[in-house]
Design a protein around this ligand. Structure first.
Ligand code: GAP
Length: 517
């Protein structure tokens, strides 16, 4: 991670705490590793992200409905889904630093370093030659070809070792790549072992009768086991989708980078049930739809890219990530997976209950195939916060010469408007309260009458409030106010009755959803 970007993440973490977005869990006991609490502003931003996703899925698509399944599920669910046997990460410890790593991530990082070396060669050559032809250069330059050969070989060995669960082969790959621990600098590694990521607990009050159950590691299975309930009671016809937002739990080996990788997190998942054989069509369809949804947030189109999976999960026949340019670089934000009929077929097998759909157009029954979209809510939160966070020099003197502003999408902001009486007398607070009372049925408003107006603006900038409406003596005369725009800091005078329209056009969920219809 570049030093500068490391600093950005640190600043975002401290800003998130200072302004009531995110606190470490049980902080008075020194926190709990990779578990976080959302504060008074965080919960609003998070709820707004959820609402945007939920309404896009279930309101703009008449063939998608929602469910809210329980976190606890019958233990056989996880046998059928493959999670008991295959939801593992390979872990390895460095004997000198005593630090634990994911073996596959160490290898992927080594591959990324080789790719960086190729880019450096390309950059050097591009500076040297006037009509530089990148494609020609990378297909002929001996050094680049050598790196590429090593990358291809490493990818193939990684895929083979992971695919066949061959942990000694993983250990050998780490040794052959001469990977050293970034902390101790040594190559003194333990054997690579598989580690199941599911948390388990016991259900039942008497120990002997207790059943081992799991905290769900993905929300998707609650959708699969309810597939026929929803299809029948909702009279759904294929193709159709079931959406769900909820908590998932994973005992991550390496849990760091703030809310990027947590042990308790939230997913927003949608399983789209389709005819067998049509999966590639729908896979491409949902890739495009989900990318457009992300880009509608205005965090910068260049900050997203697709990344195809080389090592497919046990249930998938095609899979990719939508990656986002986090402060730590491009990383997975959402997964789009063609899950075939793996889950429904196995639930049919393990439960002994038919999970088939009768297709009236084909006049036949079949187990549907599934294309899944799965986005991490907390990662989306981090993407919004880290791209929104800006430190600005303003060029005026005194305490006003710099500000921190959260330029987050207005529709996602915890408060849409702050209503501020210029002074705490002369009837201005009463006038301001009347404005709040008129707006608060439609928009979350903030009222504040303490401190200088400049300080109040700064506090609103820091929590991303898109507008500040200031009530002054003129407001009492002609029912006008000044409205200040968060990002430009421009102010304009307008009638009080016009404020609601400005908010509706720029801050409502509808204003955001409109970009997608
Ligand atoms: N049902 C498919 C599934 O769970 P996944 O790629 O393992 O697929 C989907 O997870 C998304 O959940 C990821 O793209 C990521 O955004 C989020 N996610 C996964 N593990 C996470 C963790 N430990 N902390 C935060 N978010 C996580």
């Amino acid at each position: 991670m570049a030093q500068q970007d490391d600093n950005v993440l640190k600043k975002v973490i401290s800003h998130a705490k200072e302004y009531g977005f995110i606190f470490p869990s049980s902080e008075i006991y020194d926190g709990l590793s990779a578990v976080y609490d959302y504060g008074q502003n965080g919960v609003e931003l998070k709820n707004n992200i959820k609402e945007y996703w939920w309404r896009f899925m279930t309101q703009l698509h008449d063939n998608i409905v929602g469910v809210d399944a329980a976190i606890f599920m019958h233990p056989t669910t996880w046998k059928a889904s493959g999670h008991v046997d295959a939801f593992n990460d390979p872990m390895v410890d460095n004997k000198d630093s005593k630090k634990r790593y994911r073996a596959d991530v160490l290898v992927e990082d080594a591959i990324a370093k080789m790719e960086e070396k190729i880019e450096k060669e390309v950059e050097k050559a591009a500076k040297r030659f006037e009509n530089f032809d990148r494609a020609m250069f990378v297909s002929t330059n001996p050094r680049v070809l050598e790196y590429q050969k090593k990358i291809d070989e490493t990818n193939a060995r990684l895929k083979a070792a992971m695919g066949s669960n061959d942990m000694p082969a993983m250990k050998q790959l780490i040794a052959d790549l001469e990977i050293a621990d970034p902390i101790s600098g040594t190559k003194n590694w333990t054997d690579v072992r598989q580690f199941n990521l599911m948390f388990s607990t016991e259900m039942g009050s008497i120990a002997e009768e207790a059943n081992k159950i799991y905290l769900r590691p993905e929300t998707a299975q609650g959708i699969f086991v309810n597939f026929l309930n929803v299809q029948k009671t909702g009279r759904m016809k294929i193709p159709f989708g079931i959406a769900q937002i909820g908590k998932a739990f994973r005992n991550e080996i390496v849990a760091r980078q703030f809310i990027f990788r947590m042990r308790e997190f939230e997913q927003m998942e949608m399983q789209f049930f389709i005819r067998p054989g049509e999966e590639m069509k729908w896979y491409e369809y949902w890739k495009a739809k989900r990318m457009k949804w992300h880009q509608s947030l205005g965090l910068g189109e260049d900050n997203y890219r697709f990344h195809d999976h080389l090592n497919l999960a046990h249930y998938a026949n095609a899979a990719c990530d939508i990656q986002f340019n986090f402060p730590m670089g491009f990383k997975e934000l959402e997964g789009i997976h063609s899950r075939t009929d793996f889950d429904l077929k196995n639930h049919e097998k393990y439960s002994g209950k038919k999970l088939q759909y009768f297709d009236p157009e084909l006049n036949q029954s079949y187990i549907p195939f599934v294309v899944e979209t799965s986005v991490g809510l907390d990662r989306l939160f981090l993407a919004t916060l880290s791209k929104g966070y800006k430190e600005e020099k303003l060029g005026t003197g005194g305490e006003e010469n710099e500000r921190v502003v959260l330029s987050i999408p207005p529709a996602l902001a915890p408060h849409k408007v702050a209503v501020l009486p210029l002074v705490r007398k002369d009837g201005l607070p009463e006038k301001a309260e009347k404005i709040v009372n008129d707006l608060k049925l439609d928009f979350r408003c903030y009222y504040e009458d303490k401190d200088t107006i400049g300080r109040r603006y700064r506090r609103m900038d820091a929590i991303g409030t898109p507008y500040c409406v200031t009530v002054d003596h003129q407001s009492l005369q002609d029912d006008t106010v000044t409205i200040r725009h968060r990002d430009t800091m421009q102010q304009e005078r307008l009638s009080i009755s016009a404020v609601k329209n400005v908010l509706a056009e720029t801050c409502s969920m509808k204003s955001l959803l409109q970009k997608l219809v």
